[in-house]
Design a protein around this ligand. Structure first.
Ligand code: BDR
Length: 318
């Protein structure tokens, strides 16, 4: 089985990515680390536990990590994900924070990868703060990973939070900079534009959440707010990349980790992130002409096998 670590800022699409990994028979999840992002860190931890309870997988250890970016103040995405990060439909039976491991997420990342050097795939679906701190704690962290899958950044300067800033990179550009510049393992990046171009039709989404399973009911409930938000935006033609449809950003990075053949095309180049620009802070920069002379290149996902992706999405609600 593929060994997986998942670093999340658990909002609605992170929840789906976790459920996708749990449903995949070829994957063994070693732990889930939490980072402040879509919602404050306590909510992130609670949301992960809630998802694990739904899937009867509270045996997976959950670790609490960074509650702030490397510099500056945290931003969140409550307008999309709801104030609790999961669409504001609380579950009174959800487990409490006492189930979170005592060990800090950054220590846990280093400990776990040291135990399985070059065997672990790490999927990061939030700001990259924990990963940046992990490499500062132990500079050998990146080379002990097998593959890194990131949801974040943009390949054509389109933002979803500011004009040029995609949420995960904008939430901690310094951390993104450390990861993009210091991680030497094979690294896939599912950008904002890639996610938008891999949308599924709304008709597909509408029947997907109506399957009547416990998990499809959960998705329907937590997504009610954000999907209405997306559909309203589409009507106003706001931030519309590649036409209407359902986009679940974090699920594309997870799908790639579970089945690399969901990625049908990549752009192989060095990347970095803008940290200073007045309008461009957080924007990912593709060095297509190799001007930075960087050794470590990233694989920018540039095509998704939607039939295979749908199969993984179907599996997660069963
Ligand atoms: C990313 O930002 C978050 O709101 C989503 O969970 C996803 O990780 C998309 O830009």
């Amino acid at each position: 089985k593929k060994l997986l670590l998942i670093d999340v800022d658990c909002g609605t699409d992170d929840a789906q990515a976790i459920m996708m990994a749990i449903a995949a028979p070829n994957v063994h999840i070693l732990g889930i680390t939490c980072v402040e992002g879509n919602t404050p860190l306590d909510n992130v931890c609670k949301n992960v536990l809630r998802v694990l309870q739904l899937c009867n997988r509270l045996d997976i250890p959950v670790f609490c990590g960074a509650d702030k970016p490397i510099l500056g103040e945290a931003i969140n995405a409550s307008d999309f994900h709801g104030t609790d990060g999961l669409g504001d439909v609380p579950d009174p039976t959800a487990p409490g924070l006492e189930l979170i491991q005592k060990e800090h997420a950054v220590s846990a990342l280093n400990r776990i990868v040291s135990k399985h050097p070059e065997q672990i795939s790490l999927v990061a679906t939030g700001p990259l703060t924990n990963l940046a701190l992990a490499v500062r704690m132990d500079s050998t962290f990146p080379k002990k990973l097998k593959t890194l899958y990131i949801m974040g950044g943009n390949m054509e300067s389109r933002g979803n939070t500011t004009a040029c800033g995609e949420f995960n990179f904008l939430a901690d550009p310094e951390a993104a900079h450390v990861v993009l510049n210091e991680f030497t393992c094979k690294t896939y990046i599912a950008t904002w534009e890639h996610s938008c171009r891999s949308k599924l039709p709304w008709e597909w989404y509408d029947q997907w959440v109506k399957r009547g399973t416990k998990k499809s009911d959960f998705i329907k409930k937590i997504y009610a707010h954000s999907m209405q938000y997306s559909r309203n935006n589409e009507k106003e033609n706001k931030a519309l990349v590649a036409g209407p449809g359902f986009v679940s950003c974090d699920a594309y990075a997870m799908a790639a980790a579970i089945d690399e053949s969901t990625v049908t095309s990549v752009i192989d180049c060095a990347v970095t992130v803008e940290m200073c620009g007045k309008f461009t802070r957080g924007m990912m920069v593709l060095d297509l002409i190799d001007s930075l002379k960087k050794k470590n290149k990233a694989l920018i996902m540039n095509g998704c096998d939607l039939e295979k992706f749908k199969t993984l999405m179907e599996a997660l609600i069963k």
